[in-house]
Design a protein around this ligand. Structure first.
Ligand SMILES: Nc1ncnc2c1ncn2[C@@H]1O[C@H](COP(=O)(O)OP(=O)(O)OP(=O)(O)O)[C@@H](O)[C@H]1O
Ligand SMILES: CCCC(=O)O
Length: 355
C-alpha cells in the first residue's frame, strides 16, 4: 500500500510517504511573513500544493500513485473520533472553516487535490474538532455560551493508544490524562477511548502556551475592547497566535526561553514557571473529573523534549498517577495508520454528515 499523509502546521507543512511498511518524512518550513500575507487559511492551498509537489519530485516520487491520501483536519463541524472520507460537504466546510480558521483545514483540502491525481480516496483522521465531551463538561457557567472541544485530537489519541498498549492494555479500557504541549497546549481526559473533557486550546481556554493565551479573565477582555486596545477580530487573533509566552517575552521557542533562564532572566523564569503551574493545575482538575481513577498522565508535544519542563510538571502531579513522557508528535504516523485501517477493512471510514 502507498499512502501520502499531509500535516499542515501554522508555519510548516509536513508530509509522510508510507510505502512497504516504511514512512519517509519530509518537512517544509514557510516564511512567517509569507504565511501572514494570506488573509484566509484556504488561500494558502496553491502555495502549499506547489511545495509538496516539488518535495515529491525531489524525492523521485513526482509520478507516484497512491492508494490513499490522508490529511490532518480541520475546524469543521464537531464530530466523533475516527477516519472521515473527504466528501464535497467536508471539503466545503474545510474551505469556509465551519468552526474557525486553523492550518489543519488545509490537510483535507490538499489530500483531496492529490487524491484526484492518483484516482484514490482522500481521508482525514481525528480532526481538531473531535467532540466526545460529557454533557457536564459543556457547561461554561453562562447560559448561551458552551465550552467547545477543539484540541490536538490526532496526536493525543495516537499517543494515548500507544501508551495504553505499551502498558499492556487497550485504549478503550484505559483512563489517561494526555497533555499535548506544542505551540498550543491542550489537556484531555481520555476515559475508555473517549475524550470526556478537554480545554479548547485555540480560543482562550486552559493553560497558556508559547503562542496561545489560554483562559483570560472576562473583565480584562471587556476593558481591552472598551479601551480600543483590540477589536473582536484582533483579540481573537492575538489570543490564538500572539498570546502566552510570546505576549510576555516576544519569543515562542521554549529553548530560547530556557537559555534566558540560564542567564538568570527573572521575567523568563516567572513566565516559564507560570506555564508549568497552569499545565499542572489543568491536569489536577481533570484527575478530579475522572474521580481520581487515572492509570497514567502522558506528557507529549514539542515542549515535552524539554526535561526541565517535564520534570517540573511531574514534580507537581506525580501524586496522581505514573507520568509517561512521549516527546514530539506522531501525527503523520497516526494519519497513515488511520488510512491503512480503512484500506485493510479493519475500520470503516465515517461519512461526514451535516445536520
Ligand atoms: N528539543 C526541544 N527542547 C525544548 N523545546 C522544544 C524542543 N523542540 C521543540 N520545542 C518547543 O516546542 C514548541 C513547539 O512544539 P511543536 O513543534 O509540537 O508545536 P507545533 O507543531 O508548532 O504546534 P502544535 O503542537 O500546538 O500544533 C516550541 O515552543 C519549541 O520551542
Ligand atoms: C489543535 C487545536 C489547538 C491548538 O492548535 O492549539
Amino acid at each position: 500500500m502507498n499512502i501520502l499523509a499531509i500535516d499542515p502546521g501554522s508555519t510548516s507543512t509536513k508530509i509522510g510517504v508510507f510505502t512497504q511498511g516504511e514512512m519517509i518524512h519530509a518537512g517544509m518550513d514557510h516564511d512567517r511573513s509569507l504565511i501572514d500575507s494570506f488573509s484566509e487559511v484556504h488561500e494558502q492551498e496553491e502555495m502549499r500544493f506547489a511545495c509538496i509537489t516539488e518535495e515529491l519530485e525531489k524525492r523521485g516520487l513526482g509520478t507516484a500513485r497512491f492508494d490513499a491520501v490522508v490529511g490532518r483536519g480541520g475546524l469543521v463541524r464537531p464530530v466523533t473520533g475516527g477516519v472521515y472520507r473527504v466528501c464535497d460537504n467536508l471539503l466545503s466546510d474545510l474551505k469556509t472553516g465551519a468552526s474557525g480558521s486553523h492550518a489543519s483545514n488545509l490537510g483535507g483540502i490538499l489530500a483531496r487535490r492529490f487524491a484526484v491525481t492518483s484516482g484514490c480516496e482522500a481521508f482525514i483522521v481525528d480532526p481538531v474538532v473531535v467532540d466526545e465531551l460529557n454533557d457536564v463538561a459543556r457547561l461554561s457557567g453562562l447560559a448561551g455560551i458552551e465550552r467547545k472541544s477543539i484540541f490536538h485530537a490526532l496526536n493525543q489519541k495516537a499517543v494515548a493508544r500507544r501508551v495504553a498498549e505499551e502498558r499492556g492494555g487497550s485504549y478503550h479500557q484505559a483512563h489517561l490524562i494526555v497533555a499535548h504541549m506544542g505551540g498550543g497546549v491542550t489537556v484531555g481526559a481520555h476515559k475508555k477511548g473517549r475524550v470526556i473533557d478537554v480545554n479548547n486550546g485555540l480560543n482562550g481556554d486552559g493553560p497558556y502556551a508559547p503562542e496561545r493565551s489560554g483562559s483570560l479573565p472576562v473583565e480584562g477582555i471587556v476593558s481591552a475592547l472598551k479601551e480600543g486596545r483590540y477589536t473582536p477580530d484582533t483579540l481573537v487573533r492575538t489570543v490564538s497566535r500572539q498570546g502566552g509566552i510570546f505576549s510576555y517575552l516576544g519569543i515562542v521557542d521554549l529553548r530560547e526561553v530556557e537559555r534566558l533562564m540560564e542567564e538568570g532572566d527573572a521575567e523568563a523564569i516567572l513566565v516559564w514557571g507560570g506555564m508549568v503551574y497552569q499545565i499542572a493545575k489543568e491536569i489536577g482538575g481533570l484527575a478530579a473529573a475522572m474521580d481520581g481513577q487515572v492509570d497514567a498522565v502522558v506528557l507529549t508535544g514539542g515542549m515535552a523534549h524539554s526535561r526541565r519542563l517535564t520534570e517540573a510538571i511531574t514534580e507537581k502531579i506525580e501524586f496522581i498517577a505514573d507520568v509517561v513522557v512521549v516527546p514530539g508528535e506522531f501525527e503523520l504516523e497516526a494519519l497513515a495508520d488511520g488510512a491503512l485501517r480503512v484500506l485493510r477493512g479493519e475500520e470503516e471510514a465515517k461519512e461526514y454528515e451535516i445536520r
